[in-house]
Design a protein around this ligand. Structure first.
Ligand code: ZN
Length: 391
């Protein structure tokens, strides 16, 4: 994509940007909303992301197809010792959950409870769902009691307005189009989105991803060690899972692709290039004799958020294998220089598939054998080896 600024290291352009701005290191600028910067560790805050038709029982792992069915199952299959609360068919545990999409009273179900309190005041149980549905921001502390047994729940309401979500996206595009990524660009983004305060989780998720990219590339003024990118990527995926927005889904898809969670990546943004490549990897893993569907091309947004190494991999993996014959030495060379273990596995699979198609049994075998004892790719490796042996 010539002319599209992609996320990459410190360049002449970013150096110019750096010297033309009056940034003072070590001041209180930036991170106004969280109080922590690139050193922040993932908090592991569970999020509610509705997945239509999928309600997982946290007690036994059974999946149900409706909120009602899930609720009935919870009451019938598992004896109740303590009060329970389900939100959109998902049982709340003791950890605080963040709610970013508006709730309806009908989304909240309570069982095995004869007393309730909200933020320290007793309220009638039937009122509680309505009170929670009316909450837009702040923490709601709920205590449900039955026969002297208490259950405590914390809901962190951050219902983002579409105006604020759009504001964040507009600022993101403005900044991403205009410059190469470095820590100052992220700080500028944070300052520019300060006014969109209901979209704070969205903002946090995007920033975590950008800091992750800088750590992964060891560029752009990042002071984080290389390995810190994994925590940043996980935090980004966790934060952004709550937002049903194309930018959030594209980043989520890139992160899950990076971690080789191909099915999840394809589910998150099936139309994007990364989603389509993930589906192709899923097909290969399912059955190495599959050619895997390919389609090239991507939208501008995806180009803006794809890091340099991932761009290379997606560029190759989105093309017909026959196109890659001449590229195979370059791919081998790239593989030998890659530090990310996750990405090395992707390239072993791609090269294994490529050489198998070319009938180069020896080379294909070498890549398959590399993953023979590597979870979760043993199945793929064994199947390819069997195929190469003509079995
Ligand atoms: Zn169950």
């Amino acid at each position: 994509m010539p002319g599209t600024p992609r996320l990459s290291g410190l360049t002449d352009a970013s150096l110019r940007l750096l010297t033309s701005q009056k940034f003072v290191r070590g001041t209180a600028m930036g991170f106004w909303h969280t109080g922590y910067g690139e050193f922040h560790e993932p908090v592991g805050l569970p999020q509610f992301k509705p997945q239509p038709g999928r309600f997982l029982c946290t007690q036994c792992g059974e999946v149900h197809s409706s909120q009602d069915e899930m609720f009935r199952h919870r009451l019938e299959a598992h004896p109740l010792y303590r009060p329970v609360m389900l939100v959109q068919g998902r049982e709340l545990g003791t950890n605080r959950v963040r709610i970013t999409q508006p709730l309806l009273a009908a989304d909240v179900e309570i069982a095995h409870c004869d007393r309730a309190s909200l933020n320290g005041s007793d309220i009638p149980i039937f009122r509680l769902p309505h009170e929670l549905a009316a909450a837009a921001s702040g923490i709601c502390r709920v205590v449900l009691s039955k026969d002297g047994a208490d259950a405590n729940f914390e809901l962190d309401f951050r219902i983002a307005s579409s105006k604020d979500l759009e504001g964040v996206e507009e600022q993101f595009k403005r900044i991403a189009r205009g410059s190469r990524l470095d820590t100052h660009v992220i700080e500028k983004f944070i300052a520019a989105t300060e006014e969109f305060n209901t979209a704070v989780g969205y903002d946090d998720g995007i920033c975590a991803y950008l800091y992750g990219v800088l750590a992964k590339e060891q560029a752009g003024g990042s002071t984080l060690p290389y390995n810190a990118y994994e925590g940043k990527f996980n935090k980004a995926a966790e934060e952004l899972a709550a937002y049903d927005r194309s930018l959030a889904q594209t980043i989520g898809s890139l992160v899950t692709f990076h971690f080789n969670q191909f099915q999840e990546s394809a589910r998150l943004s099936p139309e994007s290039r990364v989603g389509r490549v993930s589906a192709r990897y899923s097909d290969w893993i399912e059955s190495p004799d599959s050619l895997g569907q390919y389609t090239t091309g991507m939208d501008e947004l995806e180009g803006l958020v794809t890091d340099r190494e991932t761009e290379h991999i997606l560029g190759w993996a989105s093309r017909p294998l026959s196109d890659l014959v001449k590229e195979s030495p370059a791919i081998e060379k790239f593989l030998n220089h890659l530090s990310a273990e996750y990405d090395r596995k992707k390239l072993h699979i791609l090269l294994g598939q490529l050489y198998a198609q070319l009938g180069d049994v020896e080379r294909a075998m070498r890549h398959a054998k590399t993953l023979r004892n590597v979870s979760p790719f043993q199945g793929w490796a064994e199947a390819l080896i069997k195929m190469l042996r003509g079995g």
